[in-house]
Ligand binder design. Structure first.
Ligand SMILES: Nc1ncnc2c1ncn2[C@@H]1O[C@H](COP(=O)(O)OP(=O)(O)OP(=O)(O)O)[C@@H](O)[C@H]1O
Ligand SMILES: [Mg+2]
Length: 408
């Protein structure tokens, strides 16, 4: 193939690029699909299962809705990605005004629908990357961006789950509003048009998956509430009959409903270190007894209210984690609220205590990881397309079932 002059016709359909390679006589020699990884005004990054020769020149036809444009380009670089995949960077040249206009529209469409594994906003000040969220310091406020990263057993998976960040953001916005009567929260706005000027150029990516929030000093504890016996709570109960120092009735089964919801805090550790369950006394030592009392009763009230609302929609919230932050003396609800990442959501329909439950969260991914005997230490394995798609569906289902109307 080397050195051979080729012509490629490319049609962009839902961001999948189908291509036809032709030789210099115009005869088709190859065809298939390429996935767009990245688009910018100067070029395009494609993931393909076929190697493209570095020397070849290309003619792409981008079709988006009723617009159609022919763009000339050349292969700028190729990177092998394993499993027969390669990344091909294509550079555009000789752009006309019309092709720039259509490309602009395409970039917008692409950025709004493309999964986001990691954000890269060079004009903004990156404060921290958590397992899921990228936080930017934008002066008086923070810009919190929920990416599509998924972590399981505290390790970030290499593949994003499309739309996950949007689901988490829309759910949190819904709950922040519902819980306003119990406690104020960190939200300033989720309307990208009201963001600081410096964020404007990234608005396609930010739309639906970000919030402008108040800067707080997060309390160094995670406020976990459990209404049902599962996960580390079930494990601890089996060993000692207690969870975080709280004695529970004898004879409970896995996933049983507890006589009443319990507050079981844990420490907040750095990325890569598991949080450790602590008892209420230890929490009081860490943040002071009066603050500890306050967040305990708030957490229980928030859980109670959320669980009642979810129950009406056919979802059991088995347990959840809240985070609080201080802004001066004021205590605010921060981070994310009652999402499938911070909670165990079970469909009421299939609830059957005595074992693990079906869930709307990443349990599905955990089960897959167990089935391939991954040892839970980094790096995490790549996820098959089917697992990615099914996980995405679980997250979207939670949003649908809770009747949270996405503004997207
Ligand atoms: N209003 C806020 N002010 C300051 N920090 C916040 C605020 N809201 C959320 N955070 C912090 O931002 C981070 C969100 O990122 P993410 O949820 O991805 O992190 P994580 O990996 O779950 O948690 P961590 O990195 O703390 O272990 C969390 O550390 C959270 O405590
Ligand atoms: Mg978090």
């Amino acid at each position: 193939m080397d050195g051979m002059e080729k012509r490629r016709h490319t049609r962009i359909d839902s961001l999948n690029l189908s291509y036809v390679c032709a030789n210099e006589k115009g005869e088709a020699v190859d065809q298939g699909m390429g996935r767009t990884l990245n688009v910018s005004a100067s070029g395009i990054l494609l993931e393909t299962y076929f190697p493209i020769a570095l020397e070849c020149s290309l003619e792409l036809t981008i079709a988006l809705e009723d617009d159609l444009v022919d763009i000339k380009g050349r292969v700028a670089h190729i990177r092998k990605r394993g499993e027969g995949k390669s990344e091909t960077g294509i550079e555009f040249f000789d752009m006309t005004e019309e092709s720039i206009r259509i490309l602009d529209k395409f970039i917008r469409f692409f950025n709004e629908t493309q999964p986001v594994f990691e954000t890269d906003f060079p004009k903004l000040n990156l404060m921290k990357r958590g397992k899921v969220r990228d936080m930017y310091d934008v002066g008086d406020a923070l810009l919190m961006v929920a990416t599509d990263r998924l972590s399981a057993y505290d390790v970030v998976m290499p593949d994003p789950i499309p739309d996950k960040g949007k689901v988490l953001t829309q759910l949190s916005l819904f709950w922040f509003d519902v819980m306003k009567t119990l406690i104020q929260n960190h939200l300033i706005t989720a309307d990208v048009n009201a963001y600081p000027e410096a964020c404007k150029q990234y608005e396609d990516t930010l739309k639906g998956r970000s919030m402008l929030i108040r800067k707080t000093e997060p309390l160094p504890v995670e406020c976990v509430v459990r209404g049902y016996l599962s996960g580390s709570g079930w494990k601890s109960y089996q060993e000692s009959g207690t969870v975080c120092g709280i004695e529970l009735p004898k004879g409970l089964k896995e996933s049983d409903k507890l006589p009443e919801p319990i507050f079981t805090p844990s420490t907040k550790e750095e990325v890569g270190v598991h949080d450790i369950n602590i008892d209420f006394e230890e929490m009081s030592r860490r943040i002071g007894p009066s603050l500890a009392e306050k967040v305990k009763s708030l957490s229980l009230a928030l859980y109670q209210k959320g669980a009642e609302i979810a129950d009406k929609q056919g979802i059991i919230i088995a347990d959840t984690k809240f985070e609080f932050g201080l802004m001066g003396d004021e205590l605010l609800l921060i981070d994310e609220v009652l999402t499938p990442d911070s909670s165990r959501f079970w469909p009421k329909e299939t609830y059957a205590p005595g074992g693990p439950q079906k869930s709307f969260d990443k349990q599905y991914v955990r089960d897959y990881l167990t089935s391939i005997h991954w040892d839970k230490t980094p790096p995490a394995p790549a996820l098959p397309e089917e697992v990615i798609e099914n996980t995405r569906e679980k997250y979207l289902e939670a949003l649908r079932q809770l009747s949270v109307i996405s503004e997207q």
